[in-house]
Design a protein around this ligand. Sequence first.
Ligand SMILES: CC(=O)N[C@H]1[C@@H](OP(=O)(O)OP(=O)(O)OC[C@H]2O[C@@H](n3ccc(=O)[nH]c3=O)[C@H](O)[C@@H]2O)O[C@H](CO)[C@@H](O)[C@@H]1O
Length: 367
Amino acid sequence: MVNQKYKIILSGGGTGGHIYPAIAIANELKSRFPDARFLFVGAKDRMEMEKVPQAGYDIKGLWISGIQRKLSLKNLVFPFKLISSLWNARRIIKSFKPDVAIGTGGFASGPLLYVAASNKIPSLIQEQNSYPGITNKLLSKKTQKICVAYDGLERFFPSEKIIKTGNPVRQDLLDVDSKTVEAKEFFNLKHGKYTLLVLGGSLGAKRVNELIENKLDFLDMQNVQIIWQCGKLYYQQYKIYNNTKHVQVYEFLNNMDFAYAAADIVISRAGASSVSELCIVGKPVIFIPSPNVAEDHQTKNAMAIVDNDAAMLIKESDLDVDFENKFSQLVASPEKQKELGDNIKKLALVNATNQIVDEVVKLLNKE
Ligand SMILES: CC(=O)N[C@H]1[C@@H](OP(=O)(O)OP(=O)(O)OC[C@H]2O[C@@H](n3ccc(=O)[nH]c3=O)[C@H](O)[C@@H]2O)O[C@H](CO)[C@@H](O)[C@@H]1O
């Protein structure tokens, strides 16, 4: 089986939450089938066009974007983008001739998986969230298998296709505890201070950035040093704080394993992959879910953890009132930090990537 020269096409992107699961799946397939060939398909101008080649894979870009939820001029162009991307997806499929197609959500995976499934290529989609995106909802009728991370998705997908696996997480995040010393050196952190990692999701989070900027003096007084991922859009605004006495500002962290390893406490958005990763690394977390996503799904992602006494949550609307109190209580209590870290780790689904790849292999073997 190891010598199989399978051709595998993957598509997912728009944000990191759709890209990294696809990369984790590809890496596991590559380790099982070293002779396999891989091709990613993404959306032109989106972050996958940079992140996928960095991970060592080829990628082709389609001219596609999402439909705006509100009335917008951009929607007028959408039909043209859709026709162009379906046409190009067809060309890519015809020339690459994949044995299997894998979609992890986001705009580009729509046309690609649609064309693949219409051409009778076995296909699987992976849904990271408790509330699925439009692309996966549409694709679910055509694809053979749907790997999910939450219960209750029969409301949206054909139940006979659903397999609960959890979200794929990159291999290098599985054992961050062994990297703590190296990570603290990497970030040049001071001894005797708490290290706070601030994560705004793959694109950065405006309200979280505003909070951190307002609380820099407070955090300094709490003896906290900060690794602050503010997002590409906001970097120009916040880089003035970089390398001030207790702050490092990053537009994007390319070494998440080191960032998690160095952190004593994490403040994070509750995107699905971030939540899955935080379970695996087992650190005390304060979630600040984005209220601006479909069906408030980040709050649902976070509540699945909070309901198990495994993390704290502060709503954006409560930050002004609650943040200082809740944060200082957590910093002052190593017991609480340990309890949250231990509890969140119990919720980790560490075998997700393997299970998803097992399902892909069944498709390759035509079951
Ligand atoms: C605003 C928005 O629409 N957010 C959605 C998006 O979030 P987003 O793209 O932020 O996705 P996630 O939180 O799921 O994952 C972020 C990924 O980016 C990585 N990372 C992040 C920052 C960084 O500096 N370096 C880095 O490598 C993380 O390790 C993680 O693997 O997709 C998720 C998965 O469908 C959804 O749950 C989120 O609601």
